[in-house]
Ligand binder design. Structure first.
Ligand SMILES: Cc1ncc(COP(=O)(O)O)c(C=O)c1O
Length: 395
């Protein structure tokens, strides 16, 4: 399938790469595990060595590029990496010693850890900034700024940033805009349509979709950036393994319908929580009183499966966790199952000493695909079971 945009997103997820027509007539592509390939004559072979390229990884890399809207996805294919953090570090290779990166203050804890503890050791200057303060952002970007980095929706406060507004600022200064789009996936937001230059996802989350594969992926629409990242991918070697590429690709076949249902369930749960006397505040892009609702309408097709919230003081959060049957207390997100967590102690502990520290009392839910009535009644029962006694409330 060469003409990417001729077909809709679900069709492209299922049919983008049908290059391997096997004599057995397989309808689905197999997993290619071989690490080496025969040459017709020395130096002549389509595939040579598993770190450089692999047919299973290639299928996933092309499909991802197509879904992000890259017309020439065979050439400007994506780069599949061993984890989301390996994707972050691949992109960071674009920054040379003496150059700098400006990054939204609130990003995933591992990303904060990498940019505050590892990147500076490579001679890279890192500026964390509140991107709602566009004057500050403008003043931080200088002729040494290689990348500007946004995570939207952000983890865990669900902040949204207006990509096209920030892209204008960044491009005026001849810098490149990166978006970590893990929470959205291309079925919700396609950042290239809003001026972003490089997109990354942790495929461990919605793309894999079943909490059983680790991976990351990087896509760019800039040929010169693509060429350099391609070189770094093969030279540094943090690539995605064939089995993970197979699972990530399999995740793409159902990603569209899953994102719709994650969003529908999360919206209903957010509505329920926002009306509950036991809840102080809910962050969810679909709520009309959410601070970034207008941006959500502008750049999201659905509102996503992630929400965060604060319980009222009379709720004991530990009791809440213990009482819930369907919400597993666990890190990560984007799987078919619902997860709840306390970011300050679980996913964002790596950022606890930084400006990006997660609020201590904030809870985050990755809303799964269970029946929403069951999720709501489990939450309702558990909030009531978690009400502190009068003595505890006084403490
Ligand atoms: C938004 C975001 N980006 C990147 C990562 C890192 O991905 P991985 O755990 O696959 O390395 C995560 C992990 O939670 C994440 O939530």
């Amino acid at each position: 399938m060469a003409e990417s945009k001729k077909y809709g997103m679900n069709t492209r997820a299922i049919h983008t790469e049908k290059k391997f027509e096997l004599p057995t007539g397989d309808v689905m592509p197999p997993i290619h595990m071989s690490t080496t390939y025969t040459h017709v004559e020395p130096g002549e072979s389509e595939y040579s060595y598993g770190r450089i390229n692999n047919p299973t990884r290639e299928i996933f890399e092309r499909t991802m590029a197509s879904l992000e809207g890259i017309e020439d996805f065979e050439k400007l294919h994506a780069f599949a990496m061993a984890s989301g953090m390996a994707a972050v570090t691949l992109i960071a290779e674009l920054i040379k010693p003496g150059e700098n990166i400006v990054i939204t203050k609130e990003v995933y804890g591992g990303t904060t850890r990498f940019f505050s503890e590892i990147a500076p050791k490579r001679g890279i200057e890192v500026y964390f900034c509140d991107f709602y303060d566009t004057d500050k952002l403008n003043s931080l970007i200088n002729d040494k700024t290689k990348l500007v980095w946004i995570e939207s929706p952000s983890n865990p406060n669900i902040n949204l940033y207006d990509f096209s507004k920030i892209a204008d600022i960044v491009h005026n200064k001849k810098s490149l805009l990166v978006a970590d789009s893990t929470f959205s996936t291309p079925f919700i937001t396609r950042p290239f349509e809003h001026g972003v230059d490089i997109i990354m996802h942790s495929t461990t989350k919605y793309i894999g979709g079943h909490s059983d594969t680790l991976g990351g992926v990087v896509i760019t629409n800039k040929p010169e950036v693509h060429e350099y990242l391609h070189f770094v991918q093969k030279a540094s070697g943090g690539i995605m393994a064939p089995f993970d590429a197979y699972l990530a690709q399999r995740g793409l076949y159902t990603l569209g319908p899953r994102m719709q249902m994650h969003s529908k369930n999360a919206h209903q749960l957010a509505e329920y929580l926002s009306k509950s006397d036991h809840i102080k505040k809910v962050n969810y892009p679909g709520l009309t009183d959410f601070k970034n609702h207008e941006i959500a309408i502008k750049q999201m097709d659905y509102f996503g499966g992630m929400l965060s919230f604060y319980t009222e003081d009379h709720i004991d959060n530990q009791k809440l966790f213990e009482s819930l049957d369907l919400y597993k207390l666990a890190v990560s997100l984007g799987g078919v199952e619902t997860l709840i967590e306390l970011p300050a102690l679980m996913t964002h502990d790596g950022a606890s000493e930084t400006d990006a520290a997660a609020p201590k009392e904030l809870l985050r839910i990755s809303v799964g695909l269970e029946n929403i009535e069951d999720l709501i009644s489990d939450m309702d029962k558990s909030l009531n079971a978690a009400i502190k006694s009068l003595d505890e409330t006084k403490k």
